[in-house]
Design a protein around this ligand. Structure first.
Ligand code: SF4
Length: 418
């Protein structure tokens, strides 16, 4: 058996899983399952435990190594699992040495934990990768960690404070991926809009975006994974207006639609700021679409406050919604606030999802007749510039097809080659 990687959570974990596999192989590990966990919700942690038990059942002799944000924030609970051979922190998981901390290399089985203080990490080194197996688009980690402390969020405790990858290294990575045939690159991080604050000259995300597009003219499509709209810089707004290769799709970290709840979340924006941002971005780029993260059932949220979250879907013109039922994370301030009943949280999440589905269906319907460039992901399926799924009987994975939208199903556009 080779090395299998099980990845949970965000695109950052996807990038890191690619590097982890390389490092474990280089360390000489041969028979192992690496579980790269997420801690954003209790459900994500539950699924990771389930995956660990399954990995052990299916691979009785393999080494099971657990890492990622759930392992970083609660190493003892994973070390206590008899299925687990080693628990590795988010910083160490990117090193060969971490994968040699196993009995295979003479280390005592009792020493199961290698997790350092993530808040002490000051740099984020870019690990060059050649590509992402079985994926039509490539991801580049440009930033890690977060300096904010939103009251519901456990991420800073899993990933540490914000740190950025120098622009030159990012450009080199993008160029390498384009040389390896990737038509689309996605910039990822934890808090992308804080990019560069720790670098000499403090280049912002907008400058990074324009620098990549200027230095890698062969790159066909650049996508930004998720932003905090209140921190979007002027250069980024100019890039949105002027750079056709910057994809007209932004995923916003909105979290709620009510100002009092946003304050209790310790977010930096108010609902009017989010609406203004979407209006301005759409004025600059009329084909722009927005996705957003929204939490349902945050502590103290009453029906009127929740109604503001429902309303923000229309007010911002959101079409690609990620709805999170509030999940209390151990050690976060919100977990100590008066909690809503589970049933109320679930019911509100369901209503918000329906709202999101309706908005998405309206978006699909509005696309009929339009000309779109579809990046083929696998036979018969791809995504437009707006990141909307499209069924199309043309093109090979990784190719961009010039297409016309002829209709839609419940979850995707239907298109044909133009
Ligand atoms: S900005 Fe807030 S929600 Fe986002 S990672 Fe940082 S603390 Fe978490």
């Amino acid at each position: 058996m080779a090395i299998e990687v099980v990845t949970f959570g965000c695109r950052l974990n996807t990038v890191e899983s690619e590097v982890m596999k390389q490092k474990a192989e280089a360390a000489g590990l041969t028979d192992a399952v690496l579980v790269n966990t997420c801690a954003v919700t209790g459900e994500a942690v539950r699924q990771a435990r389930q995956a660990i038990r399954r990995a052990r059942r299916e691979n009785p002799a393999a080494r099971i190594v657990v890492t990622g944000c759930a392992a970083q924030t609660d190493p003892a609970s994973f070390a206590a699992m008899e299925e687990v051979d080693l628990v590795v922190g988010n910083d160490q998981k990117m090193t060969e040495a971490a994968y040699r901390a196993l009995p295979d290399f003479g280390v005592a089985a009792a020493e199961k934990t290698r997790v350092n203080d993530i808040m002490s990490v000051r740099e984020t080194a870019l690990h060059l990768v050649d590509g992402f197996e079985g994926r039509a688009r490539a991801f580049v980690q440009v930033q890690n960690g977060c300096d904010h402390r939103c009251t519901f969020c456990i991420i800073p405790y899993g990933r540490g404070n914000s740190r950025s990858v120098p622009m030159g290294e990012v450009v080199a990575q993008v160029r390498r991926l384009v040389e390896n045939g990737y038509a689309e690159v996605v910039l990822t991080g934890v808090d992308l809009t804080s990019y560069g604050q720790d670098l000499p000259g403090t280049p912002r995300l907008g400058k990074l975006t324009r620098t990549i597009l200027a230095h890698v003219p062969e790159l066909k499509r650049l996508r930004i994974s998720s932003i905090d709209s209140i921190e979007a810089d002027e250069d980024l707004m100019r890039a949105i207006a002027e750079e056709e290769r910057l994809m007209p799709h932004l995923h916003l970290s909105l979290q709620a639609g009510d100002d009092m709840i946003l304050k209790r979340m310790k977010r930096r924006h108010l609902r009017a700021d989010a609406i203004r941002f979407c209006e301005e971005a759409r004025r600059l780029r009329p084909d722009m679409v927005f996705g957003a993260d929204l939490i349902a059932g945050f502590p103290t949220e009453d029906e009127a406050m929740f109604a503001q979250s429902l309303a923000i879907v229309d007010d911002c013109g959101l079409t690609h919604l990620h709805v999170f039922p509030y999940s209390p994370r151990p050690g976060t301030p919100a977990a100590r606030m008066p909690q809503l009943e589970r049933a109320v949280i679930k019911e509100r999440a369901a209503r918000l999802r329906v709202k999101g589905d309706d908005a998405f269906t309206a978006h699909l319907a509005s696309e009929t007749g339009r000309r779109r460039l579809v990046l083929i992901e696998k036979n018969g399926l791809g995504r437009t510039e707006q990141f909307t799924l499209a069924e199309i009987a043309a093109g090979r994975p990784g190719e961009i097809v010039d297409a016309v939208v002829t209709g839609h199903t419940e979850r995707a556009l239907v298109a044909k080659a133009a």
